[in-house]
Ligand binder design. Structure first.
Ligand SMILES: [Zn+2]
Length: 309
């Protein structure tokens, strides 16, 4: 049997290695690199670059080249939103390039301050202790050595306040969202994936309750623009750039489906009966397509298992 990682990467990113990356200005100091597994957020300025997530390992050379175009001052920080390989896959490549002072790869001039990789401690724990026998633990330079176990962590870079919030047991048990306070941008990782149902990774500590709590926290932090468009911009783990209204719609969809599943459980229905009742039916046209990563049944099953725990 293929490992979880291989299955995930194959299912979600077939053909990614040949894909082209797109760099999209967000607002303030923030850019997003799309097309590399998960979205890569880049905060850039005179001090250099800070990344939220690093995409797929196979795409790292292309991602480095795009980051270097934004600022030749180099990469100083990586923040990982969670453990999945489409978000941490490029860590090793970036870390190795910094360690070897590969100016071509990263454009760093100084060789001074080392690259720091930040993540919640549950990300490090899951990277170094595989969930299943047969999975290979990560050992490379790209492990987050700057892990935190507190509800949040903050830092300042390019003269901007950056706050990293741990969102317990949401998409996984190690999720972080990152608020760029000056630019007014939030990078959410896979807590928010507007094109499809959320992947609630029960095996890695995710739950629908935590997923909804995390989306509510994102909504606490976003402030709409004057016309209910714009304002705080939200970079999802996958998919298009969004604003507060998009997160509201997504949160409401999950709450409604959660309530339906809860009602069916109260009536004593089994998982198979709950799936057969199709509690997502009116949302499927919007959130499921031929190449969706999370099908309706998988979403319902994750909710059912979260509520039965
Ligand atoms: Zn993920």
């Amino acid at each position: 049997m293929k490992s979880f990682w291989a299955v995930l990467v194959l299912a979600r990113f077939a053909g990614a290695q040949t894909a082209e990356l797109r760099v999209i200005p967000v607002q303030g100091n923030i850019y997003v690199i799309a097309g590399d597994g998960g979205n890569i957020t880049v905060q850039t300025g005179k001090d250099g670059n800070l990344l939220v997530d690093t995409g797929l390992a196979a795409m790292a050379p292309k991602a480095m080249s795009e980051v270097r175009k934004l600022s030749r001052a180099g990469v100083y920080w990586i923040i990982n939103t969670h453990v999945h390989p489409d978000h941490v896959g490029g860590n090793d490549a970036f870390a190795n390039a910094v360690a070897s002072l590969d100016i071509n790869a990263l454009g760093r001039q100084d060789g001074g301050q080392p690259l720091k990789i930040i993540a919640h401690e549950n990300v490090l724990n899951r990277m170094t202790q595989p969930a299943k026998p047969g999975e290979t633990p990560a050992t490379g330079a790209g492990l987050p050595e700057d892990e935190f176990s507190t509800p949040f962590k903050d830092l300042r870079f390019n003269n901007e306040a950056i706050i990293i919030y741990h969102e317990p047991n949401a998409h996984t048990d190690g999720d972080s969202i990152v608020l760029f306070r000056g630019s007014d941008v939030i990078s959410t990782g896979d807590i928010f994936t507007p094109g499809g149902y959320p992947f609630i990774d029960i095996e890695r500590g995710g739950s629908v309750q935590g997923e909804i709590a995390a989306l509510n926290h994102i909504l606490d932090l976003t402030v709409p623009g004057h016309t209910q468009e714009g304002g705080t911009l939200v970079i999802p783990g996958h998919g298009r750039l969004c604003d507060e209204a998009d997160v509201v719609e997504y949160r409401d969809m999950i709450v409604i489906v959660r309530d339906r599943v809860q009602d069916l459980i109260k009536k004593g229905q089994t998982l198979d009966q709950v799936k057969a009742a199709k509690p997502t039916l009116d949302y499927d046209t919007e959130y499921v397509s031929a190449n969706s990563f999370v099908k309706a049944d998988a979403f319902v099953e994750a909710i059912y298992k979260s509520l039965r725990k």
